[in-house]
Design a binder for this molecule. Structure first.
Ligand code: DAK
Length: 258
């Protein structure tokens, strides 16, 4: 596939997707989201890819959904075209790990896209916000729900009601991002982290991701039951034998991904 709104490259076992609409601060147009959906599906289908990094520019991860496009929608069109659901949620559907590497603005749909990823590494200049209220709407791609789960009611409510932005340090303190790195090192750090994950046993990686996500969807006792089942299931993998043998023999494991 030829991409016009993003760059797609493979770095060893990792796919690096760079949102690339610099003149619009990577505003998330429908074309861009179609391409992102296709890129993530390509990663899911490619056995050589073990993890994905989504990033933007130093100035903007993404400044939100494309407001020009949104303005052109009325209710019927949004409903009939399945606005957002049709082509926005692939990062959240992916089974392979997806890391958001966020520098600059991650606003509205940009913040929502970052939160759909499995975790966020932020540059020290990152700024997160849900400013939809300032253009007369509310978050529409999960912001009110995911942000609340990340940072709790008080901060999420303040951000959704006022549109206030959160800087990288506040985002780290609040649990929205896993860590903050200097902006010049962001992509390298995120790719290195993704490569580390991609080198591990894939069944274990997919299972770990599934289990952490289960914590968001179920009760504690059901979540622990799901964990116990998958933990037991791991004992059926060749990688479990290899990983434990390698530890005892003081050598690096050679994963078969099965
Ligand atoms: N959409 C379209 N263009 C945008 C944009 C956006 N979200 N953000 C920035 N741009 C464009 C600007 O129009 C400008 O274009 P030109 O005038 O140069 O042609 C260019 O990017 C540079 O922007 P600025 O000149 O404004 O740059 P500054 O450094 O002065 O300010 C800023 C940067 C990020 C603070 C500012 O651009 C800004 O406030 N941008 C808008 C942020 C925002 O409100 N984002 C939320 C968008 S609403 C839904 C699901 C999801 C959503 C909605 C509905 N449904 C299910 C129905 C999601 C909604 C959103 O994300």
């Amino acid at each position: 596939m030829t991409y016009h709104n993003l760059k797609f490259e493979i770095r060893d076992n990792v796919a690096l997707i760079t949102l690339d609409r610099p003149k619009a601060l990577n505003a998330l147009s429908s074309d861009l989201m179609d391409e992102l959906t296709a890129a993530i599906r390509a990663c899911e289908a490619d056995d050589a890819v073990g993890a994905v990094v989504i990033t933007g520019s130093e100035k903007a991860f993404a400044a939100g959904a494309d407001i020009g496009e949104l303005k052109a929608h009325d209710f019927s069109r949004a409903y009939l075209e399945d606005l957002i659901t049709r082509n926005w949620e692939e990062p959240a559907r992916a089974r392979k790990p997806v890391i958001a590497a966020v520098a600059g603005y991650a606003l509205g749909g940009g913040c929502e896209l970052a939160m759909m990823c499995d975790f966020i590494i932020a540059a020290d200049n990152a700024r997160f916000g849900q400013p939809e209220i300032r253009i007369g709407v509310v978050p529409g791609a999960g912001g009110s729900q995911r942000l609340t789960r990340f940072v709790g009611k008080s901060k999420a409510m303040e951000m959704c009601l006022t549109g206030r932005m959160m800087d990288a340090d506040e985002a780290e303190r609040a649990g929205l991002v896993s860590r903050v790195v200097p902006v010049a090192e962001l992509v390298e750090e995120a790719v290195k982290t993704a490569q580390g994950i991609a080198e591990l046993s894939r069944p274990a990686v997919l299972a770990a991701k599934e289990l952490v996500n289960t914590a968001y969807e179920t009760t504690l006792s059901e979540g622990i039951r799901a964990e116990r089942r998958l933990f037991h299931a791991m004992f059926a993998t060749e990688d479990k034998d290899e990983g434990m043998a390698a530890f005892l023999e003081k050598r690096k494991p050679k994963w078969k991904h099965r």
